[in-house]
Ligand binder design. Sequence first.
Ligand code: NI
Length: 204
Amino acid sequence: MAVLDIARMGNPILRRRAGDVPDPRAPEIRRLVSDMLETMEYAGGTGLAAPQVHVPLRIVVFFVEAERAARESAGEADDGDPGEADEMSDDMVDDIVGGGVPLTVLINPEIAVLDATVSLGVESCLSVPGLAGEVPRVAAVRYRGHALDGSLVERTARGFHARVVQHEVDHLDGILYPQRMTDLSRLTFTSELERVRRHAPAEV
Ligand code: NI
């Protein structure tokens, strides 16, 4: 296992379409995924795509913590009043998203739009360190891909889960989240976001 170097915006590998993995069960793919997981954990990310570690293959890894899924989904709906999170979770019981998503490896993922309603949510990316931006994403997707044992993973995702999957699969097509933004005035240094939050009134 090894922590790998993460390519940053401007590196051409992040603009290329990644290629299909011929055999998801190949030992070198297992080694690569193991290094990707270690790199993601070390960097504190919630997702990582192979091109981000300089490998042009269609592999993504991600997870969603339940608490974060509820918070982010509530944030999209009402601009982040944490008091709404509990109310939101009832609406989301019928899909796995609602709660967290376990650590997932997707090889050769495919994604289809289930609900084209677009909402804005804040995203950041290990390849665009120090920045965050408001990105429009569709509300629900269905995705499928292979796990390391070759089995098929197929899920419906909504809210923050759907956002994470769209973000990671975009990496495989050479797209970084700033390219999805419709209002670049909402691209922000995360250090400024923290500063604004500290000085914001308690009730907004
Ligand atoms: Ni990213």
